[in-house]
Every structure is written in structure tokens, then in C-alpha cells.
Ligand binder design. Structure first.
Ligand code: AGP
Length: 609
């Protein structure tokens, strides 16, 4: 996700835009820019890196302009470069656009506009919007924006400024947030409240497919058909720091709640429900290697390694290719048997984890093609891979990985479907059915999030415990590991995840009346066996906290605490189980007074061996 700001009023616009962008830096910070009208001319500044770089560009320049737009970027299409930084312009350079979101149909639109004579300067999807508006601009900016957006499919929150209409900014949203701030004779546009809280607490929130036109005289809101829309002005009572977290107490909780959107954005524009086809940019570079591969190695660390373990199950079921999973810190030292018939997939949220990057380089040295799943465009791992599948989870600020993990699972599901079809293992009908399951997943995640308060209450019973055991089977066993990792890394309580069937080979000795045991028990082919494991724990006075399917009517009286998740395919059950694992760890850590967003001894990206 990115951050956009806009201002029109009586103050000098540049300091307001820069301050607003700095308060939105948590939404993305790989490049930034702003545009203002100064003495009738459009003046644009863009820089790579954090807002500080933009400030350096502006240093010593005194602009008297009173209207402008700004942007801080989290790259999704096109690497973090100055050419790809926003604002983007039309051919004439007299119209600028800043954008947060993903335009699914940007490639065909770009091709059509090129054929109509438009010339493009960037690799971004956003620039297409600027040229579309230019195409329809005949003096009426608002009308041209409206016509352009009617041709666009995807998510957007935009700010548009045109030299030919020097007193107005047009904003519009569909799928990405946009708020309007109401001052005294001055008006603000922003992706999020923190950008404008210093200037006004009176805001109105645009809803889907609504447009706002800001001028010194005021704001008017319409829908995409041009019909006026009455909006209620709301008073924001948050503190600025709370506002930066979207009203959540911690970034981690905000990011747990962003997971439905992260999954939606990761899958957006990458499949056709009608044909069952999957579209993954850049796969042509490795398509032959994918056809030829006789083995796949997935390499990752930490939570991404847990995603890799889930990926093994999905990939093997869909493609029938043997998959091995390795820790990044181990892989390069074990003399892996690589070569052109072994494909390596590196999974990394940051794209900078040294162990995973070293594994990538060793794989290439040994003659294997490398694919990666990354959340940061232009990161080292993404740049050094032969092909990349980007997750679109947006910047993950909390050290404990949450939304990146579920977005990785969504990307693995898509890639498995792609590979299964490429290798003739999945029919179009099967693919369409599997895509229907995937499309429903975000709303099922939203349903699971509603257990938030129950898990908060449960944490009250267990936050003083010293040890936890997490058990799961099959594709859900990696979620037992992930639940244990989440707990230990933010609450400092020791926890271990195990395959439930492994308990009798040792861990069962740990069970006593003081040992909480989290059991992942969805109605799948392991259900009866898991019930047996629950019985083994209860027979030793262990405390069982079970996560089962919502239609399960027999487990309730066999466990001490029961939570349920909606039914979905066995391949997507791990995606739903991730949220209760995260919330249980979060609430226990909060009750213990731990620094949830920045746990002791940890870093968000481990760029050392
Ligand atoms: C997960 O909660 C941890 N913060 C950590 O294990 C992390 O997953 C690991 O360091 C890998 O990071 P990456 O995904 O950026 O490569």
C-alpha cells in the first residue's frame, strides 16, 4: 500500500505535503514525490528512498504555491526508481496523478493508449490513469477523471491535479482508503488520518466509487455517475500515534486485521474464474524450467519457512513434483543436489534475509533457476531471482510476521495452481473449483477475526504460564509451529510446535495440569487421530485449547476451550488457522506487558548470517 496526500488552501502547500507524507511513511517508503502548481506551472519533485530524500531535494527552495499532491510509495508494479516514483504525468506534463492501489487491467489499457499515441515513461500501473484522464480531458477535469475511472478495473485511491484547473484537486477511491479533511478555507486529501490530524479533526471518508472535488470554496462529493452524495462529517478523536496505527494499539494487531485485504490484493488480477487460468507476471522466464523440474526446493527462514512447509503440501498435491523444504541457514552448507532439473523457490517477506539470499546465490551457482515470493519490490532476493511472485500485503511494520504469512500462503496456492496446470495435473474444472475456494478466503478470514474478543478473554487464563505445546497434523502441522513461534517471539513464553502424532515419542512427558496444549483439529482426514491425541493429553490432566471446524458437534465436551473456523478446502485451512494463532499470542503478550511490535533481541529483517 502507498500513502497519498493533497492540499488546497491559503497556506504554502509544500510543508503540508511533506509533513503529511512523513506521517504516512508506515504505509510505504521506497520512494516519494510531490507536485504543486507554482505561478501557473506544474512543478514536480521525486526521489528514491524515504521522505528524507525528498526533503533534501526541496532544501532551500521556497515555493509559494497553495495547491499540490504528494505520494510515498510501496512498490507493487515497477521497481523503486525515480521514474516509477509518483506523481505520474500525462504526455504533456500538465496533469499529475498520485495513486494507492493496483490497476488489474493496466497492461491492456497501456497497450491501447500507446496505440492511440500516448508515450509512457514508467513501468507502473498508475501512469495509465494519467494518460486515460488526458484522453478524455476537454476542459472538464472532473468529467475526464470520471470517464477514465469507468474504464479502470482494480483498486485505487487517487489524487489528480491539472494545470488547466489550478484551483481544484480531484480525489476518488475504489478498494483503497481515502479521507477528506475539512479546514477553514483549506481542504486536505489523504490515504489515512495521520496525514491531516495536525490540521483538522473534521473529516469525511469516501466510500467505494466516490469522487471528491476540493477547492478553496469547499468540497463536493459525487459517485462515478456524477450524482451528488451527501457525506457525514466526522470528528477524529485519536492521538496522532494512535492514528498512525489506524486506531489499533499496535501495528501487529492492525496488520492481523489487514490480512483479508492483503490476501485480496495478492490474488487480485492474477486469475480468471471463468477459464481457471492463472496469470503470474514474469513466469515466462522460468516456464521451461518449471515444465522440466523433477524436484523443487523451498528455502526460507522463520515464519516464511512455516509458509514453505504449507507450500510443500499444496505444491505436491497440485503438481505431483517432489518438494523439499530447507532452512535458509542450513541449505547452502549441506551440499544440496541442484542443477537444471531442480528448481529453487525462496520465500521472504523482506527480501533481505541474509540466509535466504545466500541460499539463492548458492542455488544459482549450482545451476538451478530460482523463483522467489517476496513482499518488497526491488529487494535483493527479488532482484536476484529469475522470476518473482510479489505478495501485496503492504509494509509489515510489526516484527512478528502476520499479514505477510497469509499473503505468502495465497501466493503459494496460486503458484501451485499455475504449476499444476502447466504440468497437466489440474483440469480447468478443478482449477475453477479451487479458485472459488480462494476467492472466498478473504471473507472467511474476516469471519475468523470476529473471535478476537474470545481469544483476548482466553489469554487472561494463560498469560502466566511458562510452557505451551502446539499440535497439528498434515498440512496444519506447520501452523502448530507458527503458533508456537508467534507466542515465544512476542511473549517470551517457551512454546513448541509438534506433529500431533509425534507427541508419544517424547513431548507427552511434558504434559501435566499446568501445560496448555493448543490443538489444531479441523474436520479433515486426520480428525479421528487428533481426537485420540486430545484424549492422550486429557488423560494426563493437560489443558486442551482446540481450534476446530464450525460444524463440529462432538469435540466440545472433549476439550477445555474451543474455537472454531469456517469450513474451507483442506489446502486453505492453514490460512484460516493463522489468525487465531496470531491473536492468541498477541493477547497473551499484551497482558504480559511485552513490546509486541518490537520484541526484545529481534529485528524485522535479519540481514546478517
Ligand atoms: C516471524 O514472525 C519472524 N519475524 C521471523 O521469523 C521472520 O519470519 C524471518 O526472519 C524471515 O524473514 P523474511 O520473511 O523477511 O525472510
Amino acid at each position: 500500500m502507498c500513502g497519498i496526500v493533497g492540499y488546497v488552501g491559503k497556506q504554502k502547500v509544500v510543508p503540508i505535503l511533506v509533513d503529511g507524507l512523513k506521517r504516512l511513511e508506515y504505509r510505504g517508503y521506497d520512494s516519494a514525490g510531490l507536485a504543486l502548481l507554482q505561478d501557473g506551472e506544474m512543478v514536480i519533485y521525486r526521489s528514491v528512498g524515504k521522505i528524507k530524500e525528498l526533503e533534501n531535494l526541496l532544501w532551500g527552495k521556497d515555493h509559494s504555491g497553495h495547491i499540490g499532491v504528494g505520494h510515498t510509495r510501496w512498490a507493487t508494479h515497477g521497481r523503486p526508481t525515480e521514474e516509477n516514483a509518483h506523481p505520474h504525468t500525462d504526455c504533456s506534463g500538465s496533469l499529475v496523478v498520485v495513486h494507492n492501489g493496483i490497476i488489474e487491467t493496466y497492461l491492456p489499457l497501456k497497450e491501447k493508449l500507446r496505440q492511440e499515441g500516448h508515450h509512457f515513461k514508467s513501468d507502473t500501473d498508475t501512469e495509465v490513469i494519467a494518460h486515460l484522464i488526458e484522453k478524455y480531458l476537454e476542459g472538464d477535469l472532473e468529467g475526464a477523471v470520471r470517464r477514465a475511472l469507468q474504464e479502470v478495473v482494480g483498486a485505487y485511491a487517487i489524487g489528480v491535479l491539472w494545470k488547466g484547473d489550478p484551483q481544484r484537486i480531484v480525489g476518488a477511491r475504489c478498494g483503497s482508503p481515502l479521507v477528506v479533511g475539512l479546514g477553514q478555507g483549506e481542504f486536505f486529501l489523504a490515504s489515512d488520518i495521520p496525514a491531516i490530524l495536525n490540521h483538522t479533526r473534521n473529516v469525511l471518508f469516501l466510500d467505494e466509487e466516490e469522487m471528491a472535488v476540493l477547492s478553496p470554496e469547499g468540497v463536493h462529493v459525487t459517485n462515478l455517475q456524477g450524482e451528488p452524495v451527501a457525506k457525514e462529517v466526522q470528528k477524529v478523536l485519536w492521538s496522532p500515534i494512535l492514528a498512525e496505527k489506524g486506531g489499533y494499539k499496535h501495528f501487529m494487531l492492525k496488520e492481523i486485521y489487514e490480512q483479508p485485504r492483503g490476501v485480496r490484493d495478492t490474488i487480485r488480477g492474477r486469475f480468471s474464474e471463468e477459464t481457471g487460468r492463472i496469470y503470474l507476471e514474469g513466469m515466462e522466464a522460468v516456464e521451461e524450467d518449471l515444465r522440466r523440474a523433477r524436484r523443487i526446493y523451498i528455502v526460507a527462514c522463520g515464519t516464511s519457512w512455516h509458509a514453505a512447509l504449507v507450500g510443500k503440501f499444496i505444491l505436491e498435491e497440485c503438481s505431483r513434483i517432489p518438494v523439499e523444504v530447507d532452512y535458509g541457514s542450513e541449505f547452502r552448507y549441506r551440499d544440496p543436489l541442484l542443477g537444471e532439473e531442480a528448481l529453487v523457490l525462496v520465500i521472504s517477506q523482506s527480501g533481505e534475509t541474509m540466509d535466504s539470499l545466500a541460499a539463492l546465490r548458492e542455488s544459482k551457482r549450482r545451476g538451478s533457476k530460482v523463483l522467489s515470493i517476496c513482499n518488497v519490490v526491488g529487494s535483493s532476493i527479488s532482484r536476484e531471482s529469475h522470476a518473482v511472485i510479489y505478495t501485496h500485503a503492504g509494509p509489515e511494520i510489526g516484527v512478528a510476521s502476520t499479514k505477510a504469512f497469509t499473503s505468502q500462503l495465497a501466493a503459494l496456492y496460486l503458484f501451485s495452481l499455475y504449476l499444476g496446470q502447466l504440468r497437466g495435473q489440474i483440469s480447468p474444472d478443478k482449477a475453477r473449483a479451487m479458485l472459488q475456494d480462494l476467492v472466498r478466503a478473504p471473507q472467511l478470514l474476516e469471519q475468523v477475526l470476529r473471535q478476537d474478543e474470545e481469544l483476548d478473554r482466553l489469554s487472561h487464563l494463560f498469560y502466566t504460564k511458562g510452557d505451551f505445546l502446539y499440535l497439528g497434523r498434515g498440512i496444519n502441522y506447520p501452523l502448530a509451529l507458527e503458533g508456537a513461534l508467534k507466542l515465544k517471539e512476542i511473549s517470551y513464553i517457551h512454546a513448541e510446535g509438534y506433529p500431533a502424532g509425534e507427541m508419544k515419542h517424547g513431548p507427552i512427558a511434558l504434559i501435566d495440569e499446568d501445560m496448555p496444549v493448543v490443538v489444531l483439529a479441523p474436520k479433515d482426514k486426520f480428525y479421528e487421530k487428533i481426537l485420540g491425541n486430545i484424549q492422550e493429553v486429557k488423560a494426563r490432566d493437560g489443558i486442551v485449547i482446540a481450534f476446530a471446524s464450525e460444524d463440529d458437534e462432538e469435540i466440545a465436551d472433549r476439550v477445555d476451550h474451543l474455537f472454531t473456523i469456517p469450513k474451507t478446502s483442506h489446502l486453505l485451512t492453514p490460512l484460516l488457522l493463522a489468525i487465531p494463532m496470531q491473536l492468541l499470542a498477541y493477547y497473551i503478550a499484551v497482558r504480559k506487558g511485552c513490546d509486541v511490535d518490537q520484541p526484545r533481541n529481534l529485528a524485522k529483517s535479519v540481514t546478517v548470517e
